[in-house]
Write a protein that binds this ligand. Structure first.
Ligand SMILES: Nc1nc2c(ncn2[C@@H]2O[C@H](COP(=O)(O)OP(=O)(O)OP(=O)(O)O)[C@@H](O)[C@H]2O)c(=O)[nH]1
Ligand SMILES: [Mg+2]
Length: 287
């Protein structure tokens, strides 16, 4: 791997504007954060590193670092999240039922989880380099009412789902469930859990369903900025225990995310690029 400084030509700095004049957050691009102090940079790129110090020395950390791409890989993956005339990123369509879901051939990934867990915010952060792509978020649970399809050129599609739990039990049964069982081009499901509250009963039901579908899925721990390290670590270890003892199709490594502060966003972009076959990692890692 090349030293960080050599890899980068861009200077870090303040927010910049995209083609439509909308402001791009200064932390949106991995290329722009590399001048941060090393510890801060590491915690943004690999949020698990923040928690490592609190773990018992004897504890095996491998499961938390299975997918461990280099900065170079993350920079390569990030290119896919820039829109251009030959690689258009856009909101494509919304569907209320599977019959209305678009017939797309490219690999697809979807984000599911309880209402308010941060699905739309996460997708918004992934697309923060193209702020013209509108992803609606809200403080009010049950905000996303349909399956929203976003195309990332011809590389892959990202689907934002309505949440389950509070106020929206029907959506899960009517939309998410049939989608998970029948979507042929679905390559990964990301199941989001709120890091500040940990696994809830409804999450366990969703996890069970993911197991039943047999499609590979990945746990994402959201809102890691919202609680202290102790609470986060307790919730993470509990989740890890469930993944280890009760799942077979779940990727053993949970991804830690703060959509508001961009922690883990670059790593997740790289993972999505990798599992959709859109990039070839320079250094080996698993998925
Ligand atoms: N502190 C913090 N708040 C977050 C984060 N991600 C999302 N939120 C907040 O959580 C609330 C819900 O976010 P959404 O992204 O709309 O949640 P959702 O899962 O799409 O919700 P539904 O569409 O209702 O299912 C909003 O007030 C967000 O600002 C995060 O990383 N950190
Ligand atoms: Mg939403």
């Amino acid at each position: 791997m090349l030293p960080v400084r050599q890899l980068l030509r861009l200077r870090p700095g303040v927010a910049v504007s995209c083609a439509t004049g909308q402001r791009i957050h200064k932390l949106a691009s991995v290329q722009k954060v590399t001048s941060l102090p090393p510890k801060k940079l590491r915690s943004l790129l690999y949020p698990f590193s923040e928690l490592e110090a609190y773990l018992d020395r004897s504890m095996d950390r491998t499961q938390f670092q299975l997918f461990d791409p280099s900065l170079e890989d993350m920079i390569e993956a990030e290119k896919l999240f820039h829109s251009s005339p030959s690689h258009k990123i856009d909101y494509y369509i919304s569907a209320e039922r599977m019959e209305h879901a678009p017939d797309l051939k490219q690999p697809e990934v979807c984000f599911i989880g309880r209402s308010n867990v941060g699905k739309s915010s996460l997708i918004k952060a992934l697309f923060s380099l193209t702020p013209e792509v509108e992803v609606r978020v809200s403080k009010t649970p049950g905000h996303t009412k349909k399956m929203n399809f976003f195309r990332v050129g011809k590389a892959f599609t990202i689907v934002d789902m309505p949440g389950y739990g509070h106020k929206a039990p029907r959506d899960f049964v009517d939309m998410v469930e049939p989608y998970l069982y029948t979507r042929k081009n679905l390559v990964r499901t990301f199941l989001l859990v709120d890091g500040s509250v940990g696994l809830q009963k409804a999450d366990l039901i969703a996890l069970e369903m993911c197991e039943e579908t047999g499609c590979p899925y990945v746990m994402v721990v959201t809102k890691i900025d919202k609680c202290g390290s102790g609470t986060l670590l307790t919730n993470l270890l509990n989740l890890q225990d469930v993944v280890k003892t009760e799942t077979t199709s779940c990727f053993p490594q949970p991804f830690l995310i703060s959509s508001l502060q961009f922690g883990g966003i670059y790593l997740l972009r790289c993972f999505i690029a990798h599992v959709t076959g859109s990039i070839r990692l320079k250094e080996t890692s698993q998925s």
